[in-house]
Write a protein that binds this ligand. Sequence first.
Ligand code: 3PG
Length: 401
Amino acid sequence: FLTIDDFDLDGKTVLMRVDLNSPMDPEGNILDDLRLKSHIPTITELSSSKLVIVAHQSRPGKDDFTTMKPHSLKLSDFLDRRVTYIDDIFGTYARTTISNMKKGDIVLLENVRFYSEETLERSASAHSKSHMVTKLAPLLDVYLNDAFAVSHRSHLSLMGFTEVLPSGAGRLMEKEILALDKGIKGSGHPNIFVLGGAKVDDSLKVAESVLKAGNVDRVLLTGIVGMVMLAADDVDIGKVNMEFIETQGYIDQIEKAKELLKNFNGQIAYPTDVALNDNEKRIEVDVDELKEQNLPIHDIGLETIVSFSREIEKANTVVLNGPAGVSEVEEFALGTQEIIKAATKAKYSIAGGGHIAAEVRNYGYQDLFSHLSTGGGACIDYLAGEKLPGIEAIKKSASSK
Ligand code: 3PG
């Protein structure tokens, strides 16, 4: 795809899709500003353009599905320049404002998911015929996608403009791809993936894809996916944990995990001991004691923490995705915290988006990581070797020039 280097954007009207979707409290305050900050270098580079930013916050029906006003205020703070919030997407007010913009102006349009066609999963060509594209495109010179974190969706604002405008990627998009590619291909062996969290199907997909490709030496499993792998290895993890896996809809993943174990024996590791939640108290047990205890697994155990940490510290490349346990509760945060700490000692370290990147920041380790991804689902899909529609759309646009 093309990048900012391929265009002369001086004085040009640029529409840029970014991902500012952030956790917010009920009062409308933004609780984590990683995504906002991550776009600052791209926005700064476009300071001699007329920059129209489009983004979303949350999804319809959710409490934090709100306007983009708080985001515009934060961006203005970070940039020390005014980012004008427009409570419109492509109506007369938005179009008049865009037409009257001067070089150096920045506007942030309203939450693009207020417009129902945005979230239709469609091709670039279908989206290019939408009201939003036909109304806005005549006022624009160039379209940039800097929203890696939502590029796993084929939504209107990621696809539609690439058919009708010269299109390319912003700096954050470039940075994400470069860093994640380094993780996948291994910027040096041993290359270790540490996969945890709650999305068992996604984690197994990533494990399968990277092991099949042969770039990754070891996959260490924690979190719920670690539990599923124990069950797949015929460890009796206790009724309460089996029921939990069932309520999460992951029973069928046990078969998938068995197959992985069979095909990549020796390359997959899972906990040898765990921490159980006994009335909010942490109790450590070996996995072969799980049957008698029958208490919920909430973290990896000390022995596992030590052996995983040793392996991670010695890695040249390490990719973390998903917490090792219920890391939001202090009693069960140890596994996640220690794994994060170990990863800072590896030569090249990536924390996949969402929960684990937030924990890295909570512990203040962000500067010790080579890369914190802004992507959640997008990061997982990318690591699993899937093609992301938003990226494919800008590639196609470049090749048709
Ligand atoms: C995210 O938070 O992962 C992205 O902003 C995408 O949001 P979505 O899952 O609501 O599409």
